[in-house]
Design a binder for this molecule. Structure first.
Ligand code: PMT
Length: 358
């Protein structure tokens, strides 16, 4: 759910929201794992990134049968998390339940079903006698190299304990978790990055207004008045994580709105980077909007840089685009992914942000 007609009722502040909406039952348990993860990464002197990924839902009933959803498969978040790991970050991957996840995303049931990788090796050479031994299962030779690469990284991440995975479904889960995780991460000061790629509902139904049971049909059209979800980015920047390096995303479908909306978000929330993406071009083109300053002085090699007009000369835009040769294949036989370039550029800017403090 994104843009229904605003109702006109006063928006919830973040404070009112958390004072009136119940926390998810698993919050305390999840936060105990976050606390222990953060402690471990602090001892190791690791940089940590919180990646949010996937869309949030808005339930219409407390015993939920129906809900509204936000668009996002989780590709951006899951892919980026892998590149953050490769760049030496520890990752808290907070994602929508059942959306794509790092590593397993390569074998999604719809695009690359896992069973298609496997072959049954029959060892019994006498076809007339019943099989006595369980046959071996092997990986199709042409798929082995790619699988080995993904598997090796997956095993290493498990062994090194450099990734913690948490999931949400509703916008309420998301908001409570984000607040609690930010609280833990604020202890890391500038070493933490927020990579907020999740698509978050703008409107919700407060639990007090929600029907207890399934809404009954048969009475004609359904009218629901929703409240505005507080803009949580503001609270992260101003209160929960003043030193963190904060990156938000902006999705638009009208290309003419993309840059104005990114600028508006940066001005409104005062964080470090807004990454704008158009729905149809998001896999091969994104724009970074940020303030001019030491964080953006050195450009990545494949970016183009433009300053805005006179009124916004303190803002810069950097376009990252995959070239046509990139899109075909890399040396590893799979197409290059724009997330690799996004993460490389963010890592560079984050390091400048850390260095600036000293
Ligand atoms: O997963 P994929 O299919 O690959 O798609 C990836 C994506 C297109 C969803 C992703 O790249 C993206 O653009 N995500 C942000 C989508 C968006 O525009 O969300 P938004 O307008 O609801 O929020 C913009 C920013 O404000 C977000 O970073 C969000 O964290 C923040 N926000 C949103 C709502 C809210 N109440 N408080 C917030 O702080």
């Amino acid at each position: 759910m994104k843009d229904s007609e605003p109702s006109g009722s006063a928006p919830f502040s973040a404070e009112t929201y958390f004072a009136t909406q119940p926390p998810p039952p698993s919050l305390d348990h999840d936060m105990a794992t976050v606390r222990s993860f953060v402690r471990k990464q602090t001892e190791r002197g690791m940089k940590v990134v919180l990646v949010t990924s996937g869309g949030t839902t808005v339930p219409l009933e407390r015993n939920m049968v129906r809900f509204l959803d936000n668009f996002s498969a989780g590709t951006r978040g899951a892919t980026s998390a892998e590149y953050f790991i490769k760049a030496g970050y520890s990752v808290i991957f907070m994602h929508r339940q059942f959306s794509l996840q790092p590593f397993s995303r390569h074998y999604s049931h719809s695009t690359n079903p896992f069973l298609d990788l496997l072959e049954i090796e029959h060892t019994n050479t006498n076809p007339s006698s019943p099989l006595t031994a369980v046959p071996n299962i092997t990986v199709t030779p042409s798929k082995r190299e790619d699988l080995l690469e993904v598997l090796a990284m997956y095993k290493k991440v498990h062994h090194d304990e450099t990734m913690l995975t948490l999931n949400f479904a509703t916008v309420n889960d998301y908001l409570w978790m984000l607040r609690a995780i930010s609280h833990e991460l604020s202890l890391l000061g500038r070493s933490v990055m927020y990579y907020l790629a999740a698509a978050v509902s703008d409107f919700f139904l407060p639990s007090q207004k929600m029907s207890e049971h399934k809404i009954q049909s048969g009475k004609g059209s359904l009218h629901i008045e929703m409240d505005q979800v507080p803009k949580i980015l503001k609270s992260i920047v101003d209160e929960w994580s003043r030193e963190g390096f904060i990156v938000s995303f902006k999705l638009e479908t009208d290309p003419a709105l993309l840059l104005p909306k990114c600028r508006q978000a940066l001005e409104r929330y005062g964080h470090q980077v807004v990454i704008g993406n158009d729905l149809h071009r998001r896999k091969f083109e994104v724009v970074f909007v940020s303030r001019n300053g030491p964080n953006v002085t050195e450009k990545a090699s494949n970016t183009s840089n433009n300053n805005f007009g006179a009124g916004e000369s303190h803002l810069s835009e950097y376009w990252l685009r995959l070239g046509t040769s990139d899109a075909s294949a890399s040396s590893l036989q799979h197409p290059r992914e724009i997330e690799e370039d996004i993460v490389r550029e963010l890592e560079r800017r984050h390091q400048l942000w850390i260095d600036a403090a000293s």
